[in-house]
Ligand binder design. Structure first.
Ligand code: TYM
Length: 328
């Protein structure tokens, strides 16, 4: 059995990109491996959050984990802030990180671009993410393509620690889907689909109504020409829609290409909307049931309890290796 860990930020609504790039793999991995999935609230506050909204979004993301198919009996689901070892190892990892390597992180560059005041937390974010992963002796980290660079840094930091203080950390591997690792924006095939995009028409939120989904897909930008072919270089928009179709229907890109041979964008988009609506319908039903059941509290308590056991063990090992005086 391998250890699996990943996290999602509770900052705004989750999108189809989060689902396809990450959550679908969380669900697929839970049966064979020992899994930890968390709502990374400590990461969310690296940009300003309204307290009320943070509370609501945190519970919403935890409920979406379960609604997407995670079984709390198989996988530990918890809030990052309920496991204090994250903040503590995060600090230790910060002391091991170099300014230069943090400056090279593209997510930091994107999020700080054009801002006058850049929070220091945003800068050291990847050190905290490394701590998240390393606390659990994680082997596999299911993420979308945009987290690859953070994973590389995590591997570097783990190696650096092991070299300086002795074999302590497992070196983790990213686990990235072959199709759908980077779902693009519906209004621009060169930009990542993102919950922070101010244009709500650019993304499909997991809790969008069927009418919204149909409207957004019918308005999605399509490339010149009319053929339904997968060609990321020349037809990024259509290729993106085909990836969404494939992941929501379970069909391969080849099957979709063959099925729509000779048909135009109109027919394809109409079907795509229905494919997405039916993929999200059971998730939305389950989401509403879980929110109204009040089960989330217990799920998060149980998850944090299991996570704390593992995390505290690792943290104790780390502190001993680094030379901290144990409580006398
Ligand atoms: P976050 O919250 O931005 O995104 C959560 C997950 O969704 C994936 N994702 C996408 N995949 C495909 N296409 C997209 N358009 C798309 N948008 C988002 C992300 O790759 C991610 O897997 N730093 C992380 C959270 C984190 C974490 C961790 C992840 C904190 N600690 C430890 C793994 C392990 C983040 O900001 O993800």
């Amino acid at each position: 059995k391998l250890r699996v860990l990943s996290g999602i930020q509770p900052s705004g609504k989750l999108t189809l990109g989060n689902y396809i790039g990450a959550m679908k793999n969380f669900v697929a991995l839970q049966h064979e491996h020992e899994c930890f999935f968390m709502v990374v609230d400590l990461h969310a506050v690296t940009v300003p959050q309204e307290p009320e909204a943070l509370r609501e979004q945190s519970e919403a993301v935890a409920a979406l984990f379960v609604a997407a198919g995670l079984d709390p009996a198989q996988a530990s689901i918890f809030m990052q802030s309920h496991v204090p070892a994250h903040a503590e190892l995060g600090w230790l990892m910060t002391t091991l990180s170099y300014m230069g390597e943090l400056e090279r992180m593209t997510q930091f560059k994107d999020k700080s671009e054009g801002k006058e005041a850049i929070g220091a937390g945003l800068f050291v974010y990847p050190s905290l993410m490394a701590a998240d992963i390393l606390l659990y002796n994680t082997n596999l980290v299911p993420v979308g393509d945009d987290q690859k660079q953070h994973l590389e840094l995590t591997r570097d930091l783990a190696g650096r620690f092991n070299y300086r203080f002795g074999e302590t950390f497992v070196i983790p591997e990213p686990f990235i889907p072959k199709v759908g690792a980077r779902i693009m924006s519906l209004d621009d095939g060169t930009k990542k689909m993102s919950k922070s995009n101010p244009n709500a028409g650019s993304y499909i939120a997991l809790l969008d109504t069927p009418e919204d989904i149909r409207k957004k897909i019918s308005r999605a930008k399509t490339d010149l020409g009319r053929e339904i072919v997968f060609d990321v270089q020349n037809k990024p928009e259509v290729s993106n829609l085909m990836s969404i179709y494939a992941k929501c229907s379970g069909q391969t890109i080849e099957q979709i290409q063959a099925a729509y041979d000779g048909q135009g964008y109109g027919a394809f988009k109409k079907d795509l909307a229905e494919v997405v609506v039916s993929a999200l319908e059971p998730l939305q039903k389950k989401y509403n049931a879980i929110r109204s059941s009040g089960e989330i509290g217990k799920i998060l308590r149980d998850g944090a309890e299991r996570a704390n056991v593992v995390a505290e063990q690792t943290l104790a090992k780390v502190k001993e290796a680094m030379g901290f005086l144990p409580p006398l």
